[in-house]
Design a protein around this ligand. Sequence first.
Ligand code: SF4
Ligand code: SF4
Length: 106
Amino acid sequence: MAGDATTRDERIAGRERNPKWQNPPLFIDMLDCINCDACLRHCPPNFGAIFNHGPDVVIIPELCSGCDKCLPVCPVDCIHPIDGWTPQHDVPVDWWTLPHSEHDPY
Ligand code: SF4
Ligand code: SF4
C-alpha cells in the first residue's frame, strides 16, 4: 500500500486505485475503438486515466474513477465498465510507463 491514493500522483506512484471510489473503472474495447481521442480529451486531468499507447487508446483502471465523463463523447460506444474489477486485474506493465512520460497528456 502506498497510502490513500487520493491524488493522481499517489495513484501513479503506488499503482493503486483510490479505495473510496465506488464505481468500477472502465475499459476500451480496442476492436471497436476508432482512435478518435475524444475520450482522452474529456477525462478530467485530476484523474488522467486515458492514454495513447502506440496505435491503441487505453484506460489505466487504477487511475479511472468511473466518473463516466468519457462515455457520452465516444462515437462508437466502445467504453465499458470492468464489472467485478479488483486490484488483481493487472494491466500490461508497459502501460505504467505512460503516466508522467512525454505521452502523458494531463
Ligand atoms: S470514467 Fe472518468 S476517470 Fe475514467 S476514463 Fe472515463 S473520464 Fe476518465
Ligand atoms: S472516444 Fe471511443 S472511439 Fe474515440 S478514442 Fe475513445 S474509446 Fe476510441
